[in-house]
Every structure is written in structure tokens, then in C-alpha cells.
Design a protein around this ligand. Structure first.
Ligand SMILES: [Mn+2]
Length: 330
């Protein structure tokens, strides 16, 4: 007998949701943002009489107060005052810290190469001597949903891939990474790998042979990040979505048929979608009338941004709230 045990996350009931983008260890700024939105700390848990928070992932890495950030978010989620989805940095943390099963080339699911190690360095440094606490968070990360939705809106860290999401729901009866999918997620060409790439990292286009971008964050890349809301994109410039420009005249370069086919598209008449991940800069603005990105580079002295959603079918830029992050994030 086949028993399909489904495992779906429930959104906490609320009059409205305040969606908060990538925190990356900026706990003081997060407290200021919550305060500005009339949340108060009661018995150690930030809460609002009518509203709940949805965190868009990437709580960890890079910033100065990763433990405090995790404690705040974790306590809110445990108390039913917030929900949180998985970002690529939480996925990196899980795979970096989980020993590989036998037959793997590396000791851990994600190899401890310099690039992966650098990504998680601040987190592991700040949890030094607090292994039990870190293990608690790692276990929790494994339970985070990869997306959330109700009749009014949707939430995902990087890009909404409807086909992959429906496969996960229908065939795996979950909205999370189970153990098999976790193993798959580090094996290119598998469903689990594509799922995590698209949902938490977005889609990329490979740069022409010999060309690379030296990013403002110190990493060198041979691909660039693309978005999923151009209706009929023709050139690289029509789909690029990242702070670093393409070198030379590459923005004018025509997309090949293959590249066009690999791009995702989120229709303009779909319910509102909230994403993080993309290092936006400047004053928070809508990317389309039904998509808002809430990553405004808090950890790079940008802004920690929220969108206060109350069920509207067309988003309104006046519902953005943000705190500018200063040097010591105080
Ligand atoms: Mn991210």
C-alpha cells in the first residue's frame, strides 16, 4: 500500500504580511525595521497585533550579527509570528556542513573548496564554540519551505519556476528538501539540482569564451544573472539583473534560441510575487506591477527592505519600507 504523506508548510493567518528581504547578519537593522513597522518584542519574540512577517531567505553569511539574526527569525517562526523560506545561503550551509554518504568524491555534500568556504566563513566564525546552537539552526534550515503561496501572492528566494514547483508538490508531496532531494541538489542534471538552482539562485547565462566579470563582492564569475519578466527578450541587456554591468558591448548581444528557451517567464496577470537575492540598489521600486524584489544589499551598506502586503492584486511602491544600513549596522 502506498501512503502519500504530504508535508506542506502553512502560512500563519494574518490581516497582512510584511515581506523582508535578505538580512545577511544585519540584526540591528532588522530590529529597527521591525520597530518602524510597529512590531514590538514581547517575551523575547517580535510581534504585531495583526500582521505577520515572511522572511525571504539568506539570513546568514557576510554580516556582523548572524547569530542574533537567526535567533530573532527562528523565535518568530517558532512562535507563529513569521514564516521563512530557504535562500541559497541556507542551502549552502546545509550542504557544506552535511557529511557526504559513501561513494561521494568529497567528505561533505558541498566540497570545502575556497569559494564555498569563503561564502560561509563569517557564519562559522561567529558560531565558533557554539556548535550545538549552530546544529539546531542547520536542522531547522532543512525544514524551511522553498516557496510559499496562497490565493493572493507567492514568495520564492530567486525565481518562480512553476513547472518545477508543481512537480515537487505533486510527485514529492512536499515544499521542502527531503533527504533524497538534498543529496540530488549537489548533483548536476538532477531534478533536485535544477530545483535549488532555479528557486534559490535564479537562472544564469554563460558569458562568451574567455570573458569574466570581477564582481563588486570580490567573486569572479563566468555567468551573469538573468530575470524572468521580459515578455519578448532579444538581447542580453533585456534580461540581465545584477549590479555588475556586462563588459564591452555585450548588452547588445542577441540571445541565442537556446538561451531564450532556457529563460523563465512570470506572466503579468499572475498573482503578486515577492523575491530577494538580486542585490538591488537605490530606492526600492517595483520591477513589474506584480513582482517586487526585496534584496537591497543591506550587508553592502544598502538598505534592508520590506513590502507591506495587504492583499492588493497590483503592487504599489508606496508599500515599501526600508532602513539604510550604516557602517557598523548600529
Ligand atoms: Mn541569495
Amino acid at each position: 500500500m502506498v501512503t502519500n504523506k504530504s508535508d506542506f508548510t502553512r502560512l500563519p493567518e494574518a490581516a497582512g504580511y510584511d515581506l523582508i528581504g535578505d538580512i545577511h547578519g544585519c540584526a540591528h537593522t532588522l530590529e529597527r525595521l521591525l520597530q518602524q513597522m510597529d512590531y514590538r518584542k514581547v517575551n523575547g519574540v517580535w510581534q504585531h497585533p495583526e500582521r505577520k512577517v515572511i522572511f525571504l531567505g539568506d539570513i546568514v553569511d557576510r554580516g556582523p550579527r548572524i547569530r542574533e539574526s537567526l535567533e530573532l527569525v527562528y523565535n518568530m517562526v517558532q512562535a507563529g509570528e513569521a514564516a521563512c523560506i530557504m535562500g541559497n545561503h541556507e542551502h549552502n550551509a546545509i550542504t557544506y556542513c552535511t557529511p557526504a554518504p559513501e561513494g561521494f568524491a568529497d567528505d561533505y555534500l558541498r566540497s570545502h573548496n575556497p569559494r564555498h568556504t569563503r561564502l560561509i566563513k563569517e557564519t562559522l566564525d561567529q558560531f565558533e564554540g557554539a556548535q550545538d546552537e549552530w546544529d539546531t539552526y542547520l536542522q531547522w534550515f532543512k525544514t524551511l519551505p522553498l516557496f510559499l503561496e496562497n490565493e493572493q501572492f507567492r514568495v520564492v528566494h530567486a525565481s518562480w519556476d512553476d513547472a518545477l514547483i508543481r512537480t515537487l508538490q505533486n510527485e514529492y508531496q512536499t515544499d521542502k528538501l527531503n533527504y533524497d532531494l538534498l543529496i540530488e541538489s549537489v548533483q548536476p542534471d538532477s531534478f533536485g539540482f535544477r530545483l535549488m538552482e532555479h528557486l534559490t539562485r535564479g537562472s544564469h547565462i554563460r558569458l562568451p569564451e574567455g570573458i569574466q566579470i570581477h564582481g563588486g563582492d570580490g567573486f569572479t564569475r563566468r555567468t551573469f544573472r538573468t530575470h524572468f519578466w521580459a515578455e519578448k527578450p532579444e538581447t542580453y541587456g533585456d534580461v540581465i539583473f545584477q549590479p555588475d554591468n556586462l563588459p564591452g558591448n555585450l548588452e547588445d548581444r542577441a540571445l541565442s534560441d537556446q538561451e531564450k528557451e532556457a529563460l523563465l517567464y512570470y506572466p503579468k496577470d499572475e498573482r503578486p510575487l515577492f523575491i530577494g537575492h538580486y542585490w538591488c540598489e537605490g530606492v526600492p521600486a517595483l520591477v513589474t506591477p506584480n513582482i517586487a524584489c526585496l534584496d537591497y544589499s543591506a550587508v553592502k551598506y544598502g538598505k534592508l527592505a520590506s513590502y507591506r502586503f495587504s492583499g492588493e492584486s497590483q503592487l504599489d511602491a508606496r508599500n515599501f519600507v526600508w532602513i539604510s544600513v550604516d557602517r557598523d549596522e548600529s
